[in-house]
Ligand binder design. Sequence first.
Ligand code: AVJ
Ligand code: FE
Length: 438
Amino acid sequence: DTAPDPEALRERARTALLTARDRTTLLTSCVEGPELTAQHSPLMSPLVWDLAHIGNQEEQWLLRAVAGREAMRPEIDPLYDAFEHPRSERPKLPLLAPKEARGYAAEVRGRALDVLESTPFHGTRLTEAGFAFGMIAQHEQQHDETMLITHQLRAGAPALTAPDPDPVSPAFRGPSEVLVPGGPFTMGTTTEPWSLDNERPAHARLVPPFYIDTAPVTNGAYLAFMDDGGYDNSRWWTPEGWALVRDNGLRSPLFWRREAGQWLRRRFGVTEVVPPDEPVVHVSWYEADAYARWAGRRLPSEAEWEKAARFDPASGRSMRYPWGDADPTPERANLGQRHLRPAPAGSYPAGESPLGVRQLIGDVWEWTSSDFLPYPGFVAFPYREYSEVFFGPDHKVLRGGSFAVDAVACRGTFRNWDYPVRRQIFAGFRTARDGEDS
Ligand code: AVJ
Ligand code: FE
């Protein structure tokens, strides 16, 4: 396999930055000004904060760190520092108004594109293979997913629409689970040019044999758990999970409600019947864990998930994606907010792994059983606040990306994390169980 040449990487960086900005523009122009400055949930920033924060990060890394420029507006840095003000307090800050925020982000972008053309893609760690440009495109896309979550939480008439994914064709007739053989595999990466610090370095992991679901758990399967009294019986839950259920009166995934004998859900301002064949989304780690126990199974560990997604039994090699090393396409995965929902379970035959596991990439983030921890040899880069300060038992790892993630911020090695109580994120899961040595 050959590394992309610098000009191909430069073109990729340019496209990734422009793609991200198109999405940011859509997410911040499809509602009126007051909706940009309002707080739609205490869990989220006002959309106008995300917009200026995107510009501010780009200024800090591409204009100041890479190009050595002076700060354009040093006085606004603290406003857009995610560690200085919790999300719930951001609406009260003297934020840039929508027009100013747009102007600032656009001015930064104009200069950043000039920097992109004149920066050699080697020589420093920050510019090697265009890393800083790839990192900033990923950062913007991560906030585009965050802003889509804000849109999902907002009340009122729909502001966004997108075509639905196609039905599964041909119908998926594969087994419900496959055996992943035991043995070592290569986890993480040292060669992926725009991989973030927590994905590095590549290292050997011994993974005993295990079975894993060939598709994410569906709404229909989750409804069977609910109908069997899943939320009424402490035996399926960890003590913390049971406390979450009781303290909040949980009865279903977030955004669901029962009316006239059926389960409805609200999705981007539209109320609809819950589709049984679609992967369940908006469940906490505790709900995923309880469902798995009820089903006589368990969540996969992070290493199991990555082995299922990357291990090629024919060559023994770890691939970039389940289907191989080629970048995602619309035939392989539901990514990029092309659809505003996951595709039915069993979709994307072109994206399946060599062992026949589908939808590992895209559709819904998948909770794993694992805490977010550094790999052996981890080095924080370029800043401790991206990953390092989040390592520990408070956060669980999510893998594979959702329909809301762009391909630039999604690959077999990509690691996401959140608190196990979180439900507003586009998270679902699949289950696993121990295998036997053959
Ligand atoms: C990796 C998704 C947990 O949104 O908090 C954005 C990504 N880091 N800006 C987050 C991130 C800094 C991060 N997650
Ligand atoms: Fe950020």
